[in-house]
Ligand binder design. Structure first.
Ligand SMILES: [Ca+2]
Ligand SMILES: [Ca+2]
Length: 372
């Protein structure tokens, strides 16, 4: 049996010096037997509290010294060395739960903006300036979880649709409608993906029967029906190395009462096999951390609790870190005391360095992890 990973939380506001996270007293006394890898060990501390942002949904490093934080309700700049909040703004918009913002350069001019959107059927969709004022606001919710670039000009587009509607619209970086289209049947999200590697994104959508690939003009380029598929219901992208046969795209399928994933290459036409849920999703949603020359896979999963009749009533964030070379893992639940709200999905920002450091934001709090 693998020993439980160890994390040590420190009280709010207490800052540990990096030199205080020596490994010796962190490793469990019980020796790992039979070749089991030693667990990864991290020290965790509160880095900053930023209630003005609402729920943290994105983290970005400005140069070497400042962390830019964006959330559901606002944004802040934080000194990386001290955790001091240097500047903060509230978005000049209503602030519904779950509607996270991303730090992006929407118009490709080299300076960052905030794009607030979510595929969770919550509007409005908006782009905001760094001072929190709206550049443009579209009342319709987004139908995708990422901005994308269908024409490869470096300026980003977004797809919007009313809840449950198959009618979608592509908006350009300025919020203007580029095209409107009726999806074949579906009311599910769309996912941007560059199927031909030319630097411009296509859009993928599923409708139960097939995966459809839509080009920059909104017209279908081709459809892929996985072998033996019953109900094609999801698309996921491989973000970790080591997936079977170098799969890039996973197409979800509910067949015979269980969810499986069909693996494809980048073109979403080259079929590479079908896998169970656990194996397939282990390659999805990960970010890379560097530790002693090895690349670790880090992943956040927001385990939202379903509310009746709709929505979410609470959530917890699970952090997992895996060293694929040794099989060593770290698992930590980020579950602030008194947390009875559902939160936006949180964000992870690798900081590099040795020992390996990274930030995790969730709710109004940002933690720093130091991985020995
Ligand atoms: Ca810009
Ligand atoms: Ca574009």
């Amino acid at each position: 049996m693998r020993p439980a990973p160890v994390t040590r939380a420190t009280p709010l506001g207490v800052v540990l010096l990096l030199g205080a996270c020596g490994p010796a007293d962190e490793v469990p006394g019980e020796a790992a037997g039979d070749g089991d890898p030693a667990p990864l060990v991290a020290v965790r501390e509160v880095f900053a509290q930023v209630p003005v942002v609402g729920d943290v949904s994105d983290l970005h490093l400005l140069g070497d010294e400042i962390v830019l934080v964006a959330g559901t309700c606002g944004a802040a700049e934080i000194d990386l060395a001290t955790g001091e909040v240097l500047a903060e703004v509230s978005f000049d918009l209503p602030c519904p739960p779950f509607l996270g913002s991303r730090i992006v350069d929407v118009d490709g001019d080299g300076s960052l903006e905030f794009a607030r959107f979510s595929a969770g059927w919550v509007g409005p969709t908006a782009v905001l300036e760094r001072d929190g004022s709206p550049r443009w606001v579209e009342p319709t919710p987004a139908r995708c979880d990422r901005l994308f670039d269908v024409d490869g000009d470096g300026r980003l587009e977004v797809l919007v649709a009313e809840p449950n509607s198959p009618d979608v619209r592509l908006l350009d970086h300025a919020g203007e409608v580029v095209w409107s289209r009726t999806w074949t049947k579906g009311n599910l999200d769309a996912w941007p993906w560059d199927v031909d590697g030319d630097g411009a994104d296509e859009l993928l959508d599923v409708d139960g029967e097939a995966l459809h690939v839509v080009g920059r003009d909104g017209r279908e380029l081709h459809a892929t029906r996985p072998p033996g598929s019953a109900y094609v219901n999801a698309v996921r992208f491989v973000t970790a190395s080591g997936a079977p046969r170098d799969a890039r795209v996973l197409v979800g399928d509910h067949q015979h009462g269980r969810q499986v994933y069909h693996a494809y290459g980048q073109d979403v036409r080259t079929y590479l096999g079908t896998h169970g849920r656990e194996l397939a999703l282990s390659f999805v949603g990960t970010q890379s951390l560097r530790r002693r020359g090895a690349t670790l896979h880090a992943k956040l999963e927001n385990r939202k609790k379903q509310a009746w009749p709709a929505g979410h009533e609470s959530s917890r964030l699970r952090l997992t870190v895996l060293d694929p070379g040794t099989g060593a893992t770290l698992e930590d639940w980020i579950d602030p005391e008194g947390q009875e709200l559902a939160r936006a999905d949180g964000a992870l920002l690798p900081l590099g360095g040795d020992p390996c450091r990274f930030l995790v934001g969730y709710g109004p709090t940002i933690w720093k992890f130091v991985l020995d």
